[in-house]
Design a protein around this ligand. Sequence first.
Ligand code: AMP
Length: 210
Amino acid sequence: MKIVVLLGPPGSGKGTLAASLSEHLRLAVFVIGDALRAAIDAGSKLGLKVKSAVEAGRLVDDETILALAREFLRTHPEGVLLDGFPRTIRQAEGLRSLLSAEDDLHVIYLDASEETVTSRLSSRRVCPGCGEIYNMRFRPPKNDGVCDNCGVTLIRRKDDTEEVIRERYRVYLRETAPLVDYFADGLIRVDGNLSGDKALESVRGELCPA
Ligand code: AMP
């Protein structure tokens, strides 16, 4: 089974790259953040448990996240793209323990500066209907404030405020950046400052059979 991990700070373009790679590789994407936000919106037991951490930009506990990832891998034996997991060494170890020697693990690291990600996230808007991601400065919708695909009013994520963006970046440096060394062997580095198309171009050859 092919597993592609997308690693990088919040706002480095993981979501955009995951969406285009999933088409090219025909793999399902597991966006952990989306799963958590959906649980919060539904007011489920999981949602109530993770709400305060997600809205404050802190990480949810490893056990909860590993249980979600385990279930997604179990139900997608053909392979998956993982956007936002693992985010700690403990989660990375948990992922490794779920894989067998035949599994084909690729880790893509989107490297972007704090300045780039802060500026991207503060002008990011998302469509609550189809999940399309826009940027009011660099990739605005055609019609003010509504999604090009489905006409739904775009929203700003609760954790895309300046204060929470800063906290998320701090958490990234402390908890997730060490994974770049952890996965150093065979890591595919991508310049996270590139546009979505260029980022896709730079990894496609390494992941897709010719
Ligand atoms: P994201 O949409 O990937 O930026 O994730 C939004 C939020 O969900 C994060 O700020 C965390 O609160 C939580 N989250 C997402 N993925 C993980 C993870 N692998 N481990 C812990 N918390 C996570």
